[in-house]
Design a protein. Structure first.
Length: 202
């Protein structure tokens, strides 16, 4: 199959092509910018959706959504989010990355552990990080966590599915913004750090 660029534009629709190549509900040449794409990233993003957005508000809103889950699971969820961290982006993308990383942290946090969320401005972009307690994190190849079908062979995760699908989606969205996402471990905490810059081709 011919390699498709990381982001393509059809009419006024932006498609995250590296994760949206599995299923197309219509032919790209025939749809004239009205294509609905099935895939991990959900609906396509239009040019009209790219705007200067309040990332702080979106991340705060997502954190609040998970507070009740954290209480139910007896985990501590805290956030350090300054006001008015803005960037030019699609709200859908920012909300999805926040949801994916928080969902991942909630699933794989140790019992009774801590989850921390931070956000800061970096040039015209942002650095967004989610950490969670993970005592078994020493000597782990964290690069594998971004493989779509990676499942760590430990009882810690046996009923929770693989790490890779959600993190692979987050990585693909991050790449649209000329950014990077990585995992690190220190003091029994695993941290996923996402650096978003500017949207490619915009």
């Amino acid at each position: 199959m011919e390699k498709i660029p990381p982001i393509i534009q059809v009419g006024n629709v932006l498609l995250s092509s590296e994760i949206l190549t599995e299923k197309f509900c219509c032919d790209l040449d025939a749809c004239k910018g009205a294509c609905c794409v099935e895939g991990d990233a959900g609906a396509p993003v239009t040019m009209e959706e790219i705007a200067e957005i309040d990332v702080s508000a979106i991340v705060n809103d997502t954190v609040q959504t998970y507070q009740s889950i954290a209480i139910t699971e007896e985990k501590s969820l805290s956030a350090n989010i300054p006001e008015k961290v803005n960037m030019k982006a699609a709200e859908t993308h920012i909300r999805q990355i926040a949801t994916l990383l928080l969902d991942n942290a909630m699933k794989y946090c140790d019992e009774g552990g801590n989850i921390n969320v931070t956000l800061q401005s970096k040039g015209k972009g942002i650095i967004f990080a989610v950490s969670n307690s993970y005592k078994e994190g020493a000597n782990v190849d964290y690069a594998k966590f971004f493989d779509r079908f990676y499942r760590e062979d430990q009882s810690h995760n046996v009923d929770k599915g693989g790490y890779g699908i959600g993190l692979s989606i987050a990585e693909s969205i991050t790449e649209l913004y000329s950014g990077k996402i990585n995992a690190s471990w220190k003091d029994e905490m695993i941290t996923f750090t996402c650096h978003l810059k500017c949207l490619k081709n915009i």
